[in-house]
Write a protein that binds this ligand. Structure first.
Ligand SMILES: C[S@@+](CC[C@H](N)C(=O)[O-])C[C@H]1O[C@@H](n2cnc3c(N)ncnc32)[C@H](O)[C@@H]1O
Length: 394
């Protein structure tokens, strides 16, 4: 197990990827959200130093650079700012953010700064980047309080150490957790907290469900792989009380292993969800190809596609989702359901390409209006231009 004190020495593995995903997503997100003509506040809730000791940029500098480029461009809406909450490295963070406009460091813990978040004008669009070391600071109630403020829009990207939660759960429920996790070579930065309690874990999980999952594991009813999956399904149900649309991406450090992390994205807007899932899918595939070509070893993680088994037929996958929803769905909603079910295994373009192949055969696609302005039959799958419904062909 790694030590949190070494976290900022070298930026490696999963830290590189998650920030890259976040960085690339911010471009379309910021462009789109500023068009609402409302203020945008991006909050890095566990910000860190801003820069790693090896020179790599951390999430605060990534956010600050996006803010800088909005301010430098001729955007109509420049009402964008970043808030950076950090408990331990406030001084380093302030130094690293020097010269960046509209960026403010908020010293202290996430919990201590909730009041400042709640004091923001509810006209704001809010984006929360939540990247803690472990799980112990993720009291669910804080998310509920933010949600209750009814910001103009609220989106969240959470790096959730599900494996760390189960490890801590096993310890508290007095399982022989040391041997269970002894093969853990992940180099996770995980803060053990002897003062932790079951009640605190209930607050993090937003329920007691995790205890019966660990009991089932203890009684050999399920393996750890299944335990992680069940736990995550329940946790995502809780997150669904906060966000209408949730996509969760299991991150395995080695192929076939139990996911160590889950990258969880929540949004209340179909468009926000499609934008994030599509951009994550494209970025992940690009990174994978770069690595495959041996140009650069960016990560040692396995592609996150838990629901996709070898031989998976995407046509069947699309039909199954339609059948689960009365055999017919508006295109935008269908895309959201596909991302929710299959994670980021496929991009929007891949889904749309497959639907075009299926059109007239397995599915019917209705467009309204049915003709283009030039009088030709509409064929595009553009839900911004047409009202599009996709149905299973009887
Ligand atoms: C995983 S690091 C964040 C890394 C950062 N996202 C990056 O890319 O550079 C987590 C950070 O949260 C800080 N931290 C720990 N507990 C905290 C809390 N309760 N509230 C706010 N920050 C906390 C740690 O000092 C550490 O800098």
């Amino acid at each position: 197990m790694g030590h949190t004190k070494d976290f900022f020495k070298i930026k490696k593995g999963w830290s590189l990827q998650k920030d890259e995903i976040f960085d690339r997503y911010l471009v379309p997100y910021i462009a789109k959200i500023l068009k609402t003509r409302r203020p945008l506040v991006i909050i890095d809730c566990f910000a860190g130093k801003g820069r790693f000791d090896d020179g790599h940029t951390g999430s605060p500098i990534i956010i600050a650079n996006h803010i800088r480029s909005v301010l430098a461009n001729d955007n109509q809406n420049k009402d964008i700012r970043g808030l950076f909450i950090e408990r331990n490295y406030t001084k380093e963070l302030e130094t690293n953010l020097r010269g960046y406009e509209n960026c403010e460091v908020l010293p202290g813990t996430f919990e201590e700064n909730i009041g400042k978040i709640l004091a923001l004008n509810s006209r704001c669009n809010l984006f929360l980047y939540i990247d803690p070391y472990g799980i112990k600071c993720l009291d669910f109630q804080q998310f509920e309080r933010i949600k209750a403020k009814n910001f103009s829009s609220l989106e969240m990207l959470l790096n959730f150490n599900s494996f760390g939660f189960l490890r801590e759960g096993c310890r508290l429920l007095k399982l022989n957790y040391e041997s269970l996790f002894s093969d853990d070579q992940s180099g996770d930065e995980y803060e053990l907290d002897e003062a932790n309690t079951k009640e605190r874990m209930n607050n993090i999980a937003h329920g007691e469900y995790w205890q019966s999952i660990i009991d089932d594991y203890k009684n050999d009813k399920i393996g750890m792989f299944r335990a992680e999956e069940l736990f995550l399904n329940e946790y995502v149900k809780q997150i669904k009380n906060l966000f209408t649309y949730v996509v969760n991406i299991p991150i395995r450090l080695e192929s076939g292993n139990i996911p160590k992390y889950r990258l969880i994205f929540g949004s209340n807007h179909q468009e926000g969800m499609i934008l994030m899932a599509d951009s994550m899918s494209r970025i992940w595939n690009e990174l994978k190809n770069i690595q495959r070509c041996g140009q650069k070893v960016l990560f040692e993680c396995e592609f996150p596609d838990s629901s996709i088994q070898p031989g998976f037929d995407l046509k069947e996958g699309i039909l199954n989702v339609l059948k689960e929803h009365k055999k017919s769905l508006p295109l935008q909603e269908l895309l959201v359901k596909l991302f929710e079910k299959y994670g980021i295994a496929f991009s929007k373009k891949e889904y749309e390409g497959k639907m075009k192949e299926m059109e007239g055969n397995q599915i019917i696609i209705d467009r309204e209006p049915a003709y283009t302005e030039g009088g030709r039959k509409a064929t595009a799958l553009d839900y911004r231009k047409y009202k599009i419904t996709v149905s299973v062909k009887c």
